[in-house]
Write a protein that binds this ligand. Structure first.
Ligand SMILES: [Zn+2]
Length: 485
């Protein structure tokens, strides 16, 4: 594989839409990372944020979106971890329904994992997905390339070819990289081309047929458990390998990462590129962290300065294993929802930045794959449509997390992990934001969801905070009237 020249920039693509002009009166503009926290009117002109405040010079006869007054405007959310199931599993989700679900959740970009059929392990498959997204997706789709051919964990996939096709990162997500030498080889390639490796941690000889977290609830329910060491064990090994590769690179005098984001504008796609480009990406980004033992290891590694980042999902941050007493298949996820102590450690880590960002691990499944005895049900919950509302309700309104940190963990932080420029509320920036009613209460019911599948861990919950409008790449991509399902 040739790593001597830089590959083309990562591509994020969506359906083209003419840039729009409109005013949203009396909204709370909230982008504290970029110094914005004020109430006023917002003007979008020709797809760009043209100004805000009381003395707007809006064009004559401009459309005024009256019914959004009183809502909050956040920089658009970016999900580093979703399964859009295309190609091969379009009965669960596709490149129309997945991005629509994302838009309904306030996301302006979503990154799709490689465990499709065929697997996205070579340039043509990744290029095909990005072309389809450019025709069908209402918000930008970025694609991840597989690390190993066929996700088999045996030999490297076409890393360079995938990078040239525009993948954002590399991951065998759904499966661990068990072979340490393969991981080492992969890191030596991916650091050279400046894309992060996203790692699903799992010791498969410990997880076997486990259904839930191993602890007193699994014992009581008689369900096979998955111990926390199933995650923290491989994490400790991977940190050793990062330490080794990082030291090797420093000896060679290289600097880490370096593909400057900015992100190529693809047809109709543009990019999450409304700010200065990120400097360097992590060597490894650990996906869906679930256990307190893992949090301790990450905290130590970060204190040491290792180039790693971490994500957590809304379900791991909000739910505990005790809830499995209802045998709800939608709570069967991998890694499992863990104990109250694990959850508390994860929330504290999100608050202090040890956990960098939120990834939904949106994993749609059909009823015949979920509505079966829990031992036989597939792993996964959907997450794009409920992520913000669930975290706002469960963490912000209960005083465990600031709204500022939540917005940052869903918008700027994932962009920095992936080396993409951040959406921002700034005059002249492309309009990439969502408008949320922070007071609207709604019940998560199947008919409220826009995605193709209904296997949501939060079904039946009443949440506070509703996405009312998502503007991506300068155009309105999703709108919901007040009180509308
Ligand atoms: Zn995973």
């Amino acid at each position: 594989m040739d790593t001597s020249t830089r590959p083309s920039a990562p591509k994020l693509t969506c359906r083209a839409a003419p840039p729009e002009t409109f005013v949203i009166p009396s909204v709370h503009l909230f982008d504290p990372q970029h110094g914005v926290d004020l109430v006023g009117d917002l003007l979008v002109e020709e797809g760009k944020i043209a100004g805000w405040g009381d003395a707007l010079r809006a064009p004559e006869k401009v459309e005024i979106l009256d019914d959004l007054a009183g809502c909050w405007v956040f920089p658009g959310f970016v999900d580093p971890h979703a399964h859009l199931r295309t190609p091969g599993h379009e009965y669960k989700e596709d490149l129309t329904s997945g991005p629509l679900a994302a838009a309904a959740g306030g996301y302006v970009a979503v990154v799709a994992m490689a465990n499709t059929d065929p697997v996205a392990d070579c340039g043509p498959v990744a290029a095909w997905i990005l072309d389809e997204a450019a025709r069908e997706a209402v918000v930008r789709v970025g694609q991840v390339g597989a690390v190993s051919r066929g996700l088999k964990g045996e030999e490297l996939a076409e890393i360079r070819e995938l990078a040239d096709a525009g993948v954002v990162a590399f991951s065998d997500d759904g499966r661990p990289i068990a072979d340490a030498d393969l991981l080492l080889q992969a890191l030596r390639y991916t650091r050279g081309i400046g894309r992060p490796l996203l790692i699903h941690l799992e010791n498969r000889s410990l997880s076997v047929d486990g259904v839930m977290h191993e602890g007193r609830w699994s014992a009581r329910l008689g369900l096979r458990g998955v111990p926390a060491a199933c995650e923290s064990g491989p994490l400790a090994r991977d940190l050793e390998i990062v330490r080794y590769v990082d030291a090797e690179q420093k000896r060679q005098g290289g600097t880490r990462g370096g593909v400057v984001a900015g992100v190529a504008a693809a047809s109709g796609g543009g990019a999450v590129s409304s700010g200065p480009p990120a400097a360097a990406v992590p060597l490894i980004h650990f996906q869906h962290l679930s256990a307190a033992a893992s949090v301790r290891l990450v905290r130590q590694a970060k204190a040491e300065g290792l180039p790693i980042t971490v994500e957590a999902t809304p379900h791991h941050l909000l739910l505990t294993d005790e809830l499995l007493t209802g045998f709800d298949q939608n709570l069967k996820v991998n890694p499992p929802i863990r104990s109250a102590e694990d959850r508390a450690a994860l929330v504290a880590a999100l608050a202090d930045g040890t956990v960098d960002c939120i990834g939904t691990d949106h994993a749609p499944h059909a009823p015949q794959e979920k509505e079966v005895p829990i031992e036989d049900a597939l792993f996964g919950t959907t997450g794009l449509e409920t992520a913000f509302a669930a975290l706002h309700t469960g963490l912000v309104l209960t005083g465990q997390l600031s709204l500022e940190r939540l917005v940052e963990a869903m918008s700027g932080a994932p962009c920095r992990v992936l080396g993409l420029a951040e959406p921002r509320l700034e005059e002249g920036a492309p309009a990439d934001f969502c408008v949320v009613d922070l007071e609207e209460r709604w019940r998560v019911a199947p008919e409220t969801l826009r995605g193709k599948s209904r296997n949501c861990a939060f079904l039946g919950e009443t949440l506070t905070g509703r996405v009312r409008l998502t503007v991506a790449d300068g155009a309105r991509r999703f709108a919901r009237a007040r009180g509308e399902d």
